[in-house]
Design a protein around this ligand. Structure first.
Ligand code: CIR
Length: 258
């Protein structure tokens, strides 16, 4: 089973209100509330026994609070991704120096254009990495990613996405061979061998939970998900992410865990 020592988060910038969204009908995030929710998120991580590196806000990148996307960190090294959205691509240059605090140059690899990849499309299950092929992550990005994994003795497999933004929008591994699955992921053959917690459509956003050292952090307002995770024997912590949901972001997007 995995265990995490470190996490990295980035404080939201005021420009957060201009982040990318597929759901403008939810309204713009309330910045002050987003800031408070971010502090609660940091407290929840600390409660799980990890250290938290808190990076400063980046006004020029409205979505940079979603620090999961410009990097993927494995037990063997870190990969600077090449984020697929033009307005987010420069976030990779901001995260790379931070990775150097934890890894030497030999253990930092990069996805290069024309390959693109967002960390939100990568789900770690032990030494295997499922990668969503999405509007953000292309075939060449996945090819480069698998080649880096192979060099480290790790493996990967591709999961085509049809409906959601990122792989982990709809499927999340919480260790113990268990996954939360919603929508298009419920019947995917890739996940047939796992114990599945099936998330009902009306709570689909709640599928984006994170496992941190035995505790599962669950978004506030998804009672069926919370109960199912508790019934499966996990300790849970609830964090409200309502302002990040307005930008298609959730619990996993807001940290790197390693
Ligand atoms: C975006 O569209 O890139 C952001 N508004 C949301 C990113 C969410 N990140 C993630 O799922 N890893």
């Amino acid at each position: 089973m995995a265990s995490f020592t470190h996490t990295i988060v980035r404080r939201p910038s005021r420009s957060l209100v201009d982040g990318i969204t597929s759901a403008p009908e939810l309204g713009k995030p309330d910045f002050e509330l987003a800031l408070k929710q971010h502090s609660t998120y940091i407290d929840a991580l600390l409660e799980c026994g990890v250290d938290v590196t808190v990076l400063p806000p980046l006004e020029q990148y409205p979505d940079s609070v979603f620090v999961e996307d410009p990097a993927v960190i494995t037990r063997c090294g870190a990969i600077v991704t090449n984020p697929g959205a033009a307005s987010r691509n420069g976030e990779k240059d901001e995260i790379e120096p931070v990775l150097h605090r934890f890894f030497d140059e030999e253990h930092i690899k990069r996805i290069e254009a024309p390959g693109t990849l967002d960390g939100g499309d990568v789900m770690m299950v032990g030494d295997h990495f499922y990668v969503g092929r999405s509007a953000r992550t292309n075939e060449e990005g996945i090819r480069q990613f698998f080649s880096i994994l192979e060099g480290w003795g790790l493996s990967g497999s591709e999961v085509p996405l049809e409906l959601v933004l990122h792989l982990k929008t709809g499927v999340n591994y919480i260790e113990n061979n268990t996954m939360l699955v919603s929508g298009e992921f419920i019947e995917k053959p890739d996940f047939a061998d796992y114990t599945k917690i099936v998330v009902p459509q009306e709570e689909a956003y709640g599928a984006n939970c994170i496992w941190v050292n035995g505790t599962v952090i669950v978004a506030e307002g998804y009672p069926t998900v919370l109960k199912a995770v508790q019934d499966a024997g996990y300790k849970t912590v609830v964090v409200d992410t309502s302002e990040y949901r307005k930008l298609d972001g959730g619990l996993s997007c807001m940290s790197l865990r390693f």
